[in-house]
Write a protein that binds this ligand. Structure first.
Ligand code: ADP
Ligand code: ADP
Length: 231
């Protein structure tokens, strides 16, 4: 059974903006997929369809045998803008990932169960920030913030990890660093991952498989050997 399956998915905004056109693919569990394409190609729409924030106009999205859009907690998200709470520590930020899997009322009173705290520390360890757990997110570097964002997604214990341009705002060295931790985290947990990137050199280094979109169409689906610079 594939972890992710898109079956003839089309997304049309308004009357005639075709953001995705008849897209089908399957992703086996644990695969690290990079989504490539120029601005406006449909990458963000693809990720929103995968996390259930956008309903496809036609077609179906299945994640671990369940139609997407029911339980939100099954999909973890890493954003270009990290959306951390800057005044809180890396630990508290990572812990907020547990909100989607814990009893919300309980968590709102900041009474996180020990199990969630353990998960937050484990996730910070995975992204190499255990020693920085107590540091205020606002005082961290861009790359460290993205790694806290990854930790927060891991705390959700998702079936699928999605990352929307996670390293676009970073310099090349920090970008590679963040991708290395994301890849390592995914491998360690056998976590199926889809990350959109626009830097082909970084994509090439970390992807197991590459999906290329342009004008809403899937124009490429292949591995590193097949990848050309103009996808
Ligand atoms: P990318 O992430 O690759 O830049 P998007 O998925 O954001 O591409 O956009 C694909 C196309 O859909 C673009 O033409 C964009 O203008 C359009 N689009 C994206 N979101 C919306 C929206 N909420 N409403 C209308 N059109 C949208
Ligand atoms: P991205 O390419 O990273 O999605 P955009 O600037 O294209 O960034 O889009 C930012 C936001 O605006 C997104 O939420 C998207 O859905 C929305 N959007 C993009 N294009 C359009 C559009 N043509 N009409 C309405 N909303 C849009």
């Amino acid at each position: 059974m594939p972890a992710v399956s898109l079956d003839n998915v089309t997304k049309i905004y308004g009357r005639d903006t075709v953001a995705l056109e008849d897209i089908s693919f399957e992703i086996p569990e644990g695969e690290f997929v990079v989504l490539l394409g120029p601005s406006g190609a449909g990458k963000s729409t693809m990720l929103r369809v995968l996390n259930g924030l956008t309903q496809p106009t036609e077609g179906e999205v299945i994640i671990n045998e369940k139609p997407v859009g029911g339980e939100r907690s099954e999909v973890g998200m890493v954003f270009q803008m990290h959306y951390l709470i800057e005044s809180m520590s890396a630990f508290r930020n990572a812990l907020t990932g547990a909100l989607s899997r814990s009893n919300f009322a309980q968590s709102a009173l900041t009474m996180y169960p020990d199990e969630d705290k353990r998960a937050a520390l484990e996730a910070l360890e995975t992204v190499g920030l255990l020693d920085e757990a107590g540091q205020r997110a606002g005082s961290m570097s861009g790359g460290q913030k993205q790694r806290v964002g990854i930790a927060r997604a891991l705390v959700q214990d998702p079936d699928l990890l999605l990352a929307d341009e996670p390293v676009s705002s970073l310099d090349p060295k920090a970008a590679k660093d963040v991708m290395r931790y994301m890849k390592e985290a995914a491998k360690e947990r056998n976590l199926t991952t889809v990350a959109s990137l626009h830097q082909v050199n970084i994509a090439r280094e970390f992807g197991d498989r590459f999906l290329g979109v342009r004008d809403g169409e899937l124009i490429f689906d292949g591995d590193r050997e097949d990848l050309t610079m103009d996808v």
